[in-house]
Design a protein around this ligand. Sequence first.
Ligand code: CAA
Ligand code: NDP
Length: 284
Amino acid sequence: MGIQRVTVIGAGQMGSGIAQVAAQAGYRVQLHDLTEEQVEKGLAVISRNLSRQVEKGRFQQLEKEAILSRLDGATDLRKAAGEADIVVEAVVENMAVKADLFRQLDDVCPAHTILASNTSSLPITEIAAVTKRPEQVIGMHFMNPVPVMKLVEVIRGLATSDEVTQTVEALAKEMGKTPVEVNDFPGFVSNRILMPMINEAVYALYEGVAEKEAIDEVMKLGMNHPMGPLTLADFIGLDTCLSIMEILHEGFGDPKYRPCPLLRKYVKAGWLGRKTGRGFYVYE
Ligand SMILES: CC(=O)CC(=O)SCCNC(=O)CCNC(=O)[C@H](O)C(C)(C)COP(=O)(O)OP(=O)(O)OC[C@H]1O[C@@H](n2cnc3c(N)ncnc32)[C@H](O)[C@@H]1OP(=O)(O)O
Ligand SMILES: NC(=O)C1=CN([C@@H]2O[C@H](COP(=O)(O)OP(=O)(O)OC[C@H]3O[C@@H](n4cnc5c(N)ncnc54)[C@H](OP(=O)(O)O)[C@@H]3O)[C@@H](O)[C@H]2O)C=CC1
């Protein structure tokens, strides 16, 4: 199946990155969010990222303009997804919100459209089950920041077809990424391993094992991680980190995945990390 038109739902940090790499790869892209303001914000981030590439001499100004000309924003779902060959959903990590959206997408998209989710941890099989096309529903899990990170974790739901999996893997490669196929278990591979480490770092802070800077420094200098786990949590978004831990906890029924109370407290306070200006650290 040939992909030409890509629709991205959710113009937040992940959605704008996915829209950018899709447009850079030559696809026509619709970026959808609930409000004009969010769409404009997402498009502005893309424009800024591309300008930086021009400043670094990696793109010509003309190339930047050509990429931007392939991108449109929309708040109307039918307008955004009505002609899509593939939709990549990147809205908040919440099953009720995603299920409602996939029901609507199933309704407004043509029969051939692939419905992909960028979920970090939610079961693809359950998302697929709300549609009448479960064989065309798949996980396409990009990493943050999308323009930089090479991996796309491709998650097959119980019903996902071989053809759809191959199409999505080919698309990921066209976007300059390396797809890695995994099965549908809570947190898949990436967040089953990453998020308990981040949660443990929050416990270390909660229990007074060390200051936040010390915890990050140990993991950066000692394990050669590019960011310490608390800095990384702020970067991902503490709401997303908490949702993922809750899904691991519920999905496996194992207390080793219980989210740290300090993580819950920060999310309740609205300290969600970089995106709200404060998490474990304060941002200008
Ligand atoms: C939660 C999930 O479901 C899954 C996830 O995504 S988990 C998160 C996975 N991501 C990570 O673990 C990221 C860990 N951090 C890193 O790899 C690095 O700190 C980083 C790439 C983010 C920044 O790298 P750095 O060397 O510290 O900073 P810096 O030199 O400014 O940036 C390196 C490059 O990334 C680019 N970059 C950094 N942040 C960016 C952003 N938000 N958007 C676009 N590009 C960005 C810079 O422009 C720079 O590009 P060039 O090399 O082409 O000039
Ligand atoms: N952050 C990360 O590092 C990673 C996140 N992910 C996953 O990507 C998804 C998005 O995360 P992220 O980009 O960080 O989150 P953000 O909060 O940055 O962005 C989510 C966007 O979706 C919008 N939105 C919410 N509900 C709807 C809806 N029904 N229709 C259209 N738009 C909607 C939000 O608008 P508003 O703000 O107005 O609610 C917001 O603009 C999540 O599933 C997350 O787990 C995957 C990999 C890495």
